[in-house]
Design a protein around this ligand. Structure first.
Ligand code: PPS
Ligand code: MG
Length: 378
């Protein structure tokens, strides 16, 4: 039965992402400088990134059997060998155990005994698959937009399943993207102030969401994050989401990365101008940009990294399938679908990524890229 295919995998993935979002929320509330270290490329990694990778690996392996689970993921146990990482491993082991103790609330198994350091390292280290054209591979970005996370801003937990090179499932946890508002400019300090003024009500828990989709279903779903100690019912009052129907560029909203180092803001501004966009771009960390398109809060996401930078599959897999099933279009800047079958990287990516709520805007932007690329010095 086609409908049943991946049903169990989807349910487990959604449950795991809920556990991961709760973990991240707790860590973000108490994040200290010693919980953040720099990786070899100078990007930050935190207790949350490593702990989410450990719990995801442990929970998927426990549920499906370790021999059946291949995971391609961002983090690496080498991080613990770095000079500034003293205390990091201990913090990760504590966070993993604290978090797994709550897993039954989310309908998942909990460990029979506290996990030791070697088990946590093994769980993180097991996520060393390189994916590829054949077989089933989970793809995980434990904390996408780590910069947003440490700034108390937007970030995402992204889990996807690839089978024979195609993304078949995507789950995106967006702990700071509220369910009921279009408030993408969330900022944690602001949240702290307002919740101190008005004590947290159950409704305030609509502050985050989980989005998910199965390839070919034509549906994408949104759930609210649940308050701690509330059991997660599947499918937990999920509601269907759909992309925006706006196709007039003058009314459309463009999302792009916050950091200039990650995407060329002046090139996207030129494209935006040439197709008639009028609104200021929304600069948002992480795959929350894909979530904004899928939810209909924005119409366009563009990313043009520096030439030579290779996009990783975990930064896009979950977001792409959710946007597509919600009715949107995602391609590279040449108009071709993204290729998730070549291993860790989106090999062959033409210039950049363009995600839109519909074909009208998408075609205009692709034409604009062709018209302006040669004179762009990129
Ligand atoms: N030089 C360069 N160019 C392009 N992209 C890069 C680059 N370096 C890193 N990355 C990847 O971008 C991920 C963060 O993307 P964002 O869209 O969240 O960027 S931003 O923080 O809003 O600027 C980020 O994901 P995380 O590492 O999970 O945060 C990286 O995988
Ligand atoms: Mg990432």
């Amino acid at each position: 039965m086609e409908d049943e295919k991946y049903a169990r995998e989807l349910e487990v993935a959604v449950r795991v992402v809920h556990v991961a979002c709760a973990l991240c929320g707790r860590v973000q509330e108490r994040l200290l400088a010693k919980d953040i270290v720099s990786k070899d490329d100078d990007s930050p990694v935190t207790v949350a990134d490593l702990s989410v990778q450990a719990i995801t690996s442990w929970l998927l392996s426990k549920t499906f059997g370790v021999q059946n689970v291949s995971i391609v993921a961002e983090e690496d146990v080498e991080t613990f060998a770095k000079d500034d990482s003293a205390g990091l491993l201990e913090a990760v082991v504590n966070t993993v155990n604290e978090s797994l103790a709550f897993a039954s609330v989310y309908g998942l198994q909990i460990p029979e005994a506290t996990l030791g350091t070697s088990e946590v390292l093994e769980a993180i280290g097991r996520c060393n698959s390189t994916g590829g054209l054949s077989g089933r591979h989970w793809v995980l970005d434990p904390v996408d937009g780590t910069l947003g996370f440490v700034r108390g801003d937007q970030y995402a937990v992204a889990l996807a399943l690839i089978e024979d090179g195609k993304v078949v499932l995507g789950v995106l946890g967006c702990p700071n993207y509220p369910v009921k508002t279009e408030w993408l400019n969330y900022h944690y300090q602001y949240h702290q102030t307002t919740t101190q003024l008005s004590p947290t009500t159950p409704d305030a828990w609509g502050k985050g969401c989980v989005l998910y989709a199965k390839r070919g279903s034509g549906e994408a779903w949104l759930q609210s994050l649940i308050p701690e100690n509330t059991t997660l019912e599947w499918p937990n009052c999920a509601r269907l989401i759909r992309v925006s129907s706006v196709n007039d560029p003058a009314l459309a909203t463009l999302c792009e990365p916050v950091e200039r180092a990650n995407s060329n803001h002046s090139f996207t501004a030129g494209l935006a101008h040439s197709v008639g966009l009028r609104k200021q771009p929304l600069r948002v960390h992480s795959m929350v940009k894909y979530a904004a398109i899928a939810r209909g809060d924005a119409e366009i996401f563009m990313k043009f990294a520096k030439s030579g930078y290779k996009e990783k599959i975990w930064d896009h897999a979950a977001g792409v399938v959710i946007v597509e099933e919600a009715g949107g279009v995602v391609t590279d800047a040449g108009g071709r679908p993204l290729d998730f079958s070549k291993g860790t990287y989106l090999e062959g990516l033409d210039r950049g990524i363009i995600a839109c709520s519909g074909v009208t805007l998408h075609e205009k932007l692709i034409d604009a890229v062709y018209a302006s690329w040669d004179s762009s010095n990129l």
